[in-house]
Write a protein that binds this ligand. Structure first.
Ligand SMILES: [Zn+2]
Ligand SMILES: [Zn+2]
Length: 258
């Protein structure tokens, strides 16, 4: 592992992340909703930003970009082309499908996952996946600009990554998501145990992000749409209907199926 990850709390419950290559001093920030904690961490570590990576255009993920550019004008602002026009600042690079970003000596792989927004992407760096508002620990983001079918495709794709992948998402929603997960799948012992443990961890003031994909596969119902017990519980018989039923439990809304 050549990339160090520094996890920062921003705004109410957002996370921003610094990626640092100790040898080359290349430094990226992912989803700076607010510049302040990022600038503080850069000063502490004596770093300057080379990349500003955005999973999507929403302000709670990008609100700090303008101020960061003032301090680090050489930092390249990178976002998917379908979200770039709605960013408050001008993007330096607009991502297309399936690109990689050079982050010497490693590279960052871009996964286009449209649904929460049209240009939502995840960034894969070594065994760390930065999922923004698409996949949450024990949950899934809102389908603001897409359909259940699109999110289903995104989830199927994420499930194929190695089980030891660490999931770094854009918000700390773990406990409330596990409460919804427990409601949806009360017989799942991994969910009950994870919920109990998560409440204690949160009470101690500690983050519940990241989580491994292995843990998510066992206890995030959005990654378990083919599970027979879950389907019986939700009275569904296929993955898409299970996804829609889960969405209703989590968000009390019915999404567009396709
Ligand atoms: Zn969002
Ligand atoms: Zn968000």
């Amino acid at each position: 592992m050549s990339t160090k990850i520094i996890q920062l709390k921003t705004l109410q419950d957002n996370y921003a992340y610094l990626l640092v290559n100790d040898s080359t001093r290349q430094t990226a920030v992912i989803d700076p909703g607010n510049a302040k904690p990022v600038l503080k961490a850069l000063a502490t570590e004596n770093l300057s930003l080379t990349h500003i990576l955005l999973t999507h255009h929403h302000y709670d993920h990008s609100g700090g970009v303008g101020e960061l550019k003032k301090y680090c004008p050489e930092a390249e602002v990178i976002i998917h082309k379908d979200d770039a026009a709605r960013l408050a600042v001008t993007a330096d690079r607009r991502l297309q499908k399936g690109e990689t970003i050079d982050f010497s000596p490693t590279s960052i792989q871009v996964l286009h996952l449209p649904c929460h927004t049209r240009g939502h992407v995840a960034f894969l760096v070594e065994n760390s996946l930065f999922t923004g508002d698409t996949l949450f620990t024990a949950g899934c983001g809102k389908f603001f600009e897409g359909t259940a079918t699109e999110m289903h495709n995104n989830l199927k794709r994420l499930k194929t990554l190695p089980a030891n992948t660490n999931i770094y998402c854009g918000h700390e929603y773990t406990v409330e998501n596990l409460e919804h997960a427990h409601q949806a799948d009360p017989a799942n012992p991994t969910i009950s145990k994870r919920l109990q443990k998560a409440r204690l961890t949160q009470a101690d003031g500690n983050p519940l992000v990241p989580a491994t994909l292995a843990l998510e596969l066992a206890s995030n119902p959005f990654l378990r749409l083919d599970d027979i017990t879950l389907q019986q519980q939700l009275k569904t018989s296929n993955e898409l209907d299970t996804l829609i039923a889960l969405y209703r439990i989590y968000y009390r809304e019915t999404p567009q199926p396709s």
